[in-house]
Design a protein. Structure first.
Length: 129
């Protein structure tokens, strides 16, 4: 009989959901995934998503870009974590009612999130114009 294994979550999602084991090698950790994501969101809110880079986040935190990779494995994971923070968990209102009412409530929450932080989603680089 072949043993069935649970599919592995992508690292970024596992980090966002708090189910990823953080590696414990090296010196004591001075940063956290949450702090890194908060700084990335600050940069995106101020200058657009295209301004977010591992180097920019590290500089704002006062660390080297390579030090961030102990917490976030890639920029794609960082952007995923930013998205996860921005959208958050659906409210109770979006879990009640008919499927249409739930969908409309979830949509309204997502639009509200976008309007509150448009820089997270807007690309301000020349390539986006």
């Amino acid at each position: 009989m072949v043993e069935q294994r649970e599919p592995e979550l992508p690292r970024g999602i596992a980090l966002a959901w708090g189910v990823a084991a953080a590696p414990q090698r090296g010196p004591k950790r001075e940063m956290s995934v949450e702090r890194i994501v908060d700084v990335a969101v600050e940069i995106a809110d101020a200058d657009g998503l295209s301004a977010v880079s591992m180097a920019a986040v590290a500089a704002k935190l006062g660390y080297t870009p390579m030090s961030l990779y102990r917490y976030v494995t890639a920029k794609d994971d960082l952007v995923l974590l930013m998205q996860e923070q921005a959208t958050g968990l659906p409210s109770e209102a979006s879990r009640e009612g008919t499927w249409r009412e739930r969908l409309e409530s979830l949509y309204a929450e997502q639009v509200s999130s976008y309007l509150a932080h448009p820089g997270r989603w807007r690309c301000r680089s020349v390539a986006c114009r």
